[in-house]
Design a protein around this ligand. Structure first.
Ligand SMILES: [Zn+2]
Length: 392
């Protein structure tokens, strides 16, 4: 076995086939085609409970840390049980495992920090959803109180203004708004609502921050989320007797289904270098985890980008084609067994996304039979001990 160097590179000309209009690297479904490219992602969150000086706008400070941890547990429990889509009727849309979870993320540089914060502010403690005083998209609360919002999703917990709650036309229901890497969730927190009822709306608002749109209008960029009348629940009369949705990104009693395209969109966003969605996940791809080794047994083409956490082994007779960006952790290798092939296509790139060096490509030789490395014109291999380029 030896570390591949430039003399091992077999050059391939660019494919003669015309390039597709949209590169598969930008197609959400490319990101859910291979379970081995979907390791669990952990999204950092923290909580800010807002209260007034007189204490009428939230639960007492001593209760909020436990409440927040219970809250995020039920949010994650919905993610563990992706629901089958109700729409369209008779659909065969698979309910894929949802590959992300939320974790409350204390600031480790601050002693005793729990990641759950409490602020007294008589103006910023409340939300008004409608009318002259509407303030839900006001960003002052974020500017003033957000903590590490370049790497953590900040969840602000505000109560509806108490005067508004008294109005018969105001709906003080659990609701929220997503404002980039911060979300606000509104409720009647002084009543200490059961966290179970918060899991749908919280996943919905955080879902917006992960890059998803409402589905009922039919313009969310996914073919597996049909247009519908956005019924809250099933009723006896049309259209809500049949056209009710359970999708996370609609307003309904379930808000617990994500389609393959929606999951793919989130993974695509998380794989995009420099995106908000990428900045809030724990970069577990920066440490080699040998239990995450991927073994390629037959011919496959990876058409989505991914950040791998382990080694790759290409078995004898197997072919791995890399069509987009793949990151390997420092020290990880791609081992190609005799008769196995690695082909990096013209749009493909293999590198280390953490600014380090990965272990490179190991070719195993047995008698005259060796693992083979093919680079198509345009292919990029970076951050290896031996430089490798698609040149003769
Ligand atoms: Zn929404």
């Amino acid at each position: 076995m030896h570390l591949a160097n430039q003399a091992d590179v077999r050059l391939l000309p660019r494919s003669a086939k015309p390039e597709p209009k949209i590169s598969p690297c930008y197609e959400p479904l490319s990101y859910v085609a291979h379970p081995e490219l979907m390791p669990m992602k952990y999204i950092r969150v923290n909580f800010h409970f807002m209260n007034s000086t007189d204490g009428r706008y939230n639960m007492p400070k001593e209760e909020v840390t436990r409440y927040a941890y219970e809250w995020i547990n039920v949010v994650n429990s919905n993610l563990e049980h992706n629901m089958k889509m109700f729409l369209p009727a008779g659909n065969k849309t698979p309910a894929l495992p949802i590959p992300y979870r939320y974790v409350i993320s204390p600031d480790l540089t601050v002693k005793g920090d729990s990641g759950v914060y409490y602020h007294i502010n008589d103006t910023l403690c409340y939300a008004v959803k409608t009318g002259r005083e509407r303030n839900i998209s006001d960003k002052r609360i974020i500017q003033r109180y957000a903590i590490r919002d370049d790497s953590v999703m900040n969840i602000f917990v505000q109560t509806h203004q108490l005067d508004s709650i008294k109005s018969p036309t105001y709906r003080p229901d659990a609701s929220g708004i997503s404002l980039g890497s911060s979300v606000k969730i509104f409720g009647r927190w002084f009543e200490r609502p059961n966290v179970w009822g918060l899991r749908g709306i919280t996943n919905h608002e955080l879902g917006h921050s992960l890059g998803l749109s409402h589905t009922w209008l039919g313009f969310d960029g996914c073919d597996d989320t049909p247009e519908h009348p956005n019924c809250w629940n099933k009723t006896d009369h049309p259209p809500c007797d049949t056209l009710y949705s359970d999708n996370m990104m609609d307003y309904n009693a379930h808000m617990a289904a994500l389609t393959p395209c929606q999951i793919g969109k989130i993974l695509l966003n998380m794989a995009r270098i420099g995106s908000i969605q990428r900045s809030v996940i724990e970069p577990r791809w920066c440490h080699l985890d040998t239990s995450s080794t991927i073994t390629i047994m037959d011919s496959i083409r990876w058409e989505g980008s991914a950040d791998l956490e382990g080694n790759v082994i290409i078995n004898s007779g197997a072919i791995l084609e890399v069509g987009c960006r793949i990151s390997l952790p420092a020290g990880a290798t791609i081992k190609i067994n005799p008769g196995g092939k690695l082909v990096v296509l013209s749009t493909g790139k293999i590198h280390n996304a953490c600014g380090e060096t990965w272990g490179g490509i190991m070719l195993v030789k047995e008698k005259k039979n060796s693992g083979a490395l093919y680079l198509m014109e345009g292919a990029q291999i970076e951050n290896t001990p031996e430089p490798l380029a698609p040149t003769p």
